[in-house]
Design a protein around this ligand. Sequence first.
Ligand SMILES: [Zn+2]
Length: 435
Amino acid sequence: MLRRIILKNFRIVDADTDFFGSLIIENNVIKKIVADTENIPDADITIDGSVFDSSTVLMPAFVDLHAHFRDPGFPEKETLESASLAAVAGGFTTVVCMANTNPVTDTIEKARVLKARSDALGFIDLYPVLSLTKNMEGRELSGIKDLPAAEVLMLSEDGKDVANDNLFLAAMGEAKRLGIPVSCHCDFGGTEADAAKKAGRPRAEWSRIEENNAVRRAIELGKKTGCHIHIAHVSTKEAAEIIREAKKNSVSDNGFFLTCEATPHHIGATEEDARRMGDESFGRVNPPLRSEADRQAIIAAINDGTIDAIATDHAPHSEADKAAGSPGFSGLETAFAVCLSHLTHEMTPNQELQRLSALMSKNPARIIGLRDRGGITAGLRADLVIVDTQARQKVNPAQLKSRGKCSPFAGKELRGKILMTLNAGKIVYMGETSA
Ligand SMILES: [Zn+2]
């Protein structure tokens, strides 16, 4: 049976366009885009943009390349249900979730179970990452060896990478065979970082060496293999520069391809925030919140295209785990507002949303090879978000859908609010409006 939804009288913005118009959605796809409101057919649901404030915009829903859903195994931190609610409240309908669950997601069977549970919930389109090694122990390859193509869209050993070069290369070889990226988190020690650690140097120092060296290593091994390397959560000015240079000089004859992401918290917060929250407790995150110079360098790398995408690294924990120093923040629900508040100062109002749409929808979708979403064009999945670009609100952790309540933006006023989220033409989130 045909199910039709109309979204009419909206300012519509994606990475490539910015115009006023209406969308006709049939079943789960954008069937047609029309400039006027005449000749609009009847629909099961009609949402009229003219009832919202003039700062309201219809955009493609966001795609997150990096989240920790903690399911299975850590219900005190998060569940698939709470994470999915957090995702749609943040405007995300496609989420890639990392494999450091319990048990580790290291076989296609485990990934399928999680995906099926998510599909049954129906909030988002979930893509579980497969770990590179069995149980993330760094000893032998995981189920990626006999992984069928097109079912898993990204591989990653999460915060560990793989210490053994040959094993890391073998894993990258499988990624090349599958034509999917390896997300390298680049917080694996290495001898120089380990020495600094042993010498009692502060975390800010050795973790910087760690990230910079691990980024160099991932690029080097990726070049050798000729695969797609995706660098997760770039946070130092040096790492941004290494990637900038590597992108310039990348010879793509053998298939080597380099992309990277930055997180909202490295864009909108610094070591000052970590100190205020507690360096070794509530302010802990991997990689750590860095200096203002690093933050500015990350923003510059976003502006010049070195950094391709925003990814949340949503990493919820219980209050007790945070107090004990577990690294990570809840990020899905604040990502858009943090980016809008911190990334767009030098852009005109027209540029800012198109750039953000590229960073949060189009580019991340392309990085994982999804061509059916990330924009607003006839034929694409109706993954959409309605945002108010001027609404300001204070981040209140108690109101987060995520079970993890720790955010460096708690109590801060941010610009930008998610009003409604649609996943494949279905309304999956509705915020309370001021109207
Ligand atoms: Zn992570």
